[in-house]
Design a protein around this ligand. Structure first.
Ligand code: GRF
Length: 216
């Protein structure tokens, strides 16, 4: 048994609204012994989210915003389910609904956005809109951002970013594919840093500690 396999796995809940490519990537990394998390629960915001097929052995639930009178009531249900599953971290994986983060999950909800925040982010910037906007603006670099989630879209403290070039002949599809390759490295890397206890938030700035973690 390797050192990594002896480590405690961080229990997480994964929230998605779409095809679940990010959940699949996480599960592939876990299966390869390269990511110390355990997916305890998958929540979909719509029954149309095909991504639940990647839940593996974890239970899945659909919780729809339309069944609740407010973002807060919806969020309460989501986080109650996460607590019930013993999740210590909530991982957004193509989740398209605004959440109101309860105090006990502050800096314990993470997201990946397919652009370099604070560019091309916020309400309405999802899917190909993000990449088309980057191309139309004419930026030479785009990329992805892993960040903690607060009560605004794509706004919380940045954990890490990876940049990719934007080529002259890019379409939203070709740029999306290049960014997604970067996402497949960035998200597991950030999750592993959190699992190892190497991430601390100091106001808006995230400090990454070197080595084997700080214990505790
Ligand atoms: C990823 O591009 C990620 O950046 C964003 O959602 C996408 C994955 O969602 N947050 P999906 O699996 O394609 O629905």
């Amino acid at each position: 048994m390797s050192d990594r396999r002896k480590r405690r796995l961080l229990p997480v809940a994964v929230l998605l609204s779409g095809t679940g490519r990010t959940l699949k990537n996480i599960n592939d990394r876990v299966a390869a012994g390269r990511l110390d998390v355990e997916v305890r629960l998958v929540i979909a915001s719509t029954p149309k989210a095909t991504g639940v097929r990647f839940a593996g052995g974890a239970p899945s639930r659909v919780i729809e915003r339309g069944d609740f009178s407010s973002d807060e009531a919806f969020s309460n249900e989501v986080f109650a389910a996460c607590r019930g599953a013993g999740a210590e971290l909530v991982v957004l994986a193509g989740w398209l609904k605004l959440l109101v983060i309860p105090d006990d999950f502050r800096n314990r909800v993470v997201n990946i956005h397919p652009a370099l925040i604070p560019s091309f982010c916020g309400k309405g910037y999802f899917g190909h809109h993000v990449h088309q906007s980057a191309i139309d603006y004419g930026v030479k670099l785009s990329g992805c951002t892993v960040h903690f989630v607060d009560n605004q879209y794509d706004h919380g403290p940045v954990i890490l970013q990876k940049a990719v070039p934007v080529e002259t002949d890019d379409t939203a599809d070709t740029l999306a594919a290049r960014v997604f390759e970067a996402e497949c490295e960035a998200y597991p890397e950030a999750l592993q840093l959190i699992a190892e206890g190497r991430v601390a938030v100091e106001r808006r700035r995230v400090r990454i500690f070197p080595g084997e973690g700080r214990g505790g």
